[in-house]
Ligand binder design. Structure first.
Ligand code: BGC
Length: 751
């Protein structure tokens, strides 16, 4: 396909038609110009490929493998596994002739209530960025594209198509952008999907700063931007702002606006050509890489089980209540054991070809008694079901409760109303713990839930929404065939009210203020030193790991030089296991208000009993820096930072202090309002003001001193917040003198 030739041969009308979908899933075609139509499909954890109307099976969707949903794969902290899963999905796209898989979804989990949290990766941008970059690498290595979504600041479902996310730039740059940035820079997704919402009043779909300045000019994105489905408000503004493809097509309505705007000069022909060029880019890439593939659903099911096993998190394991032994008498309670909840509702809903429940998977285990206990699909107490469960529990050595959120609680298009499990489940768990027997709760949920009984149960296993293989994977973990290695990709607060967005979620007047700024998730809980139910990064194993020998390659370095950090981890238990080593950085320079520490690296190590491996991390400017709005750049102040290495954000095993040197100091902003303290402490202005002002100020203070005991330190403290213009009143300087000082100072800071 010669894209430039095609563009030169297209009429204005053809171009206007090319920049929106033919329908919900297909791009336009121009066979006479050699442009085929290509299909896009949801994902991201399988293929929700829709048949063309009139083709295929009645409800229009193919069956596909349903891998664990992003909330679960995030818990793996496993970059290689994500890439591997991406390869499988990419091959399936080839087999199904899908050009672009609509994922990954990387929006940050700001509030546990966001209805789509189950589709998103983490509250932490580094984890979301690294895992999504790996997924994209895997899928695209198979010659099909991805569409990282939803760009940007789309962190709730309430008013998602109209609401404005009111976020300051630093917060966008540090929290809500980096997952996209990392994926774009590391893995070059073929497409980016812009979000529905507005950001500070401007729709993402017509936000030139977002789509052109940040995404393309700064990050170097070369692909196409498509709209989320129905995210277009003003299509002409969208084309001008860098939105290439409107999805679904508008049935021609917006083509007319585009044609008119180009004719009357309000939209440049080049902007339209750029949009066409970007769309043809992925059409061409797919067409040239398309090949025959086989969609092997049985092999994929095995893969789904294996991946699910890598994602399960052992949150609590008192007195080593797990793993279970086949000889124990087990009461298995809860409908999720028979019908697992393994994905959420909405556009990502996959139709799997096979789902195996825990009860089926554990079929050959003797001594299991199953009792439903509660209706898994609603929040309703059923006394008869409870009584039956208690009777089953009375006969058992250990009680397993398969708890979780009903489908209705978590879906695209609306948020959760609270963070609780249904009362019928909490009540039954309380009654079961009252028996005094060990109770193990196995959770099926896409987002954190309050766990009021956490201290009374012996074990808690978080399955999240683990895909079609979750029943088998749960059995593997519970019976010890697989050693759990998942870690929480988000904090579990004790209660909803603890969450930093609580006072501002979901907003009013069509605006939601991200007032907590960069203090999202553990960045808030840890800085406030608040108790949480389970911290970010937490997850246990059936074996134990010892950390030792933290090394830093140097302890003084410039931000550009960076530093290499390594730590040895040994499996000191008696079974093979995997550990996720986490590295956090804490800034002690006091140069900005910052979280107490931030995740800057992680590595998943597989270790045989007795084996030692080394995790190595390379840290550079961005790992120490914050985004300084005044400099409009990343800034790592000179001074001390602590490197922390550990097994969760609250389980830091070793620390090392390092020092950044050589960063150019931030100069004060010079005007008549600059405060004297800023001038006295800045290396740019210190000498000048010492010489020029200090003697006069000292004299003045001598005369105006209010108490005998006033010390020079007190004088200095008093003067700290005095603006330069204050010298008019206190030192009787003239306006001319102050202007002159200002000019001198401006010269000094410009040097
Ligand atoms: C969702 C997207 C999805 C699209 C197509 C939208 O409602 O927000 O994530 O890819 O529909 O189904």
């Amino acid at each position: 396909m010669d894209i430039e030739k095609i563009i030169s041969e297209m009429t204005l009308e053809e171009k206007a038609r090319m920049v929106s979908g033919f329908d919900s899933w297909w791009t336009e075609e121009y066979p006479e110009l050699g442009v085929p139509a290509v299909q896009v499909s949801d994902g991201p954890h399988g293929l929700r490929k829709m048949y063309k109307i009139g083709e295929g099976i009645p409800d229009g969707t193919i069956t596909s493998v349903c891998f664990p949903v992003a909330c679960a794969t995030a818990a793996s902290f496993d970059v290689d596994m994500m890439e591997d899963m991406g390869h499988v999905l990419g091959k399936e796209c080839q087999a199904e002739k899908v050009a672009v898989l609509l994922g990954p979804a990387v929006n940050i989990k700001r509030s546990p209530l966001c209805g789509r949290n189950f589709e998103y990766i983490s509250e932490d941008p580094l984890l979301a960025g690294k895992l999504s970059a790996a997924y994209i690498r895997g899928v695209q290595a198979e010659g099909v594209g991805t569409s990282i979504k939803h760009f940007a600041a789309n962190n709730q479902e309430f008013e998602r198509m109209y609401g404005s996310s009111e976020v300051d730039e630093r917060t966008l740059r540090e929290i809500y952008f980096p997952a996209f940035e990392t994926a774009v820079k590391e893995s070059e997704p073929w497409t980016v999907m812009c979000s529905y919402n507005r950001i500070n009043g401007v729709y993402s779909s017509e936000n030139s700063w977002l789509l052109n300045t940040v995404l393309r000019d700064e990050w170097g994105f070369k692909g196409a931007v498509m709209s989320d489905w129905g995210a277009v408000s003003d299509r002409v503004a969208g084309v001008a702002a860098g939105l290439d493809l409107e999805m679904p097509g508008s049935g021609g309505a917006n083509d007319a606006f585009i044609i008119q705007a180009v004719k009357d000069g309000t939209l440049s022909g080049e902007a339209l050509d750029t949009a066409v060029r970007n769309i043809l880019g992925f059409v061409k890439a797919y067409t040239e890489n398309a090949r025959e593939e086989v969609f092997d659903r049985d092999a994929d099911h095995k893969k789904a089980v294996e991946i699910a096993g890598d994602c399960i998190i052992l949150l609590k394991n008192e007195d080593r209540v797990l793993p279970l032994s086949q000889d124990e008498k087990l009461a298995v309670i809860g409908g999720f054991a028979r019908t697992p909840r393994y994905q959420g509702g909405g556009s990502s809903h996959i139709k799997p070809s096979k789902v195996v429940s825990f009860l089926e998977a554990a079929g050959d285990v003797p001594n299991i008694v199953y009792s439903e206990g509660f209706a898994a699909d609603k929040d309703e107490i059923d006394e008869a079901l409870q009584a039956d469960a208690l009777a089953a529990a009375a006969e058992a050595d250990k009680i397993l409760v398969f708890a979780g959120l009903p489908d209705l609680f978590e879906s695209e298009a609306y948020d959760r109303e609270h963070m609780k499990l249904p009362a019928c489940q909490n009540l039954l768990i309380d009654k079961l713990t009252a028996t005094g027997k060990p109770v193990i709760v196995v959770l099926h949920n896409g987002s954190p839930v309050e766990l009021p009984w956490a201290d009374s149960v012996s074990g808690i296993v978080e399955l999240y929404l683990g895909g079609e293989g979750i029943g088998e994977a749960a059995a593997d973990v519970l019976f010890g065939r697989v050693n759990p290695s998942g870690k929480l990709p988000e904090s579990f607060p004790i209660k909803l009210q603890d969450n930093p967005s609580y006072l501002n979620f979901p907003g009013t007047d069509h605006k939601v203020k991200y007032a907590e700024g960069v203090f999202v998730g553990y960045r808030y809980y840890d800085t406030k030193q608040m108790a949480v139910r389970f911290p970010f990064g937490h997850g246990l194993s059936y074996t134990e790991f010892r950390y030792a020998n933290l090394r830093v390659s140097r302890d003084h370095f410039t931000a550009a030089e960076g530093v290499t950090v390594s730590v040895d981890v040994t499996n000191i238990g008696d079974r093979a296991g995997k550990e996720v080593v986490q590295l956090y950085v804490a800034d002690h320079t006091g140069s900005a208000i910052r979280p107490s520490h931030e995740l800057r690296g992680f590595a998943k190590l597989a270790l045989e009993p007795g084996e030692t491996k080394t995790a190595t991390f390379t840290l550079g400017l961005r790992d120490f820096a914050y985004f300084d709005e005044r400099l409009h750049d990343w800034y790592a102040a000179n001074g001390t930072y602590t490197i922390e290495v550990g097994a969760s954000s609250r389980d830091i095993r070793y620390t090392a202090d390092v020092n950044i040197i050589g960063t150019k100091e931030k100069p004060p902003v010079i005007s008549q309002d600059v405060q004297l303290g800023e001038l006295f402490s800045s290396p740019y202005t210190k000498d000048y003001v010492e010489e020029k002002l200090k003697p006069q100020m000292a004299k003045f203070m001598e005369h105006s001193s209010t108490s005998e005991s006033e010390t020079p330190e007190m004088v200095e403290a008093v003067m700290r917040f005095l603006p330069l213009r204050g010298l008019r009143s206190f030192l009787h300087m003239t306006n001319e003198e102050i202007d002159e000082i200002c000019e001198e100072l401006k010269k000094l800071v410009a040097e």
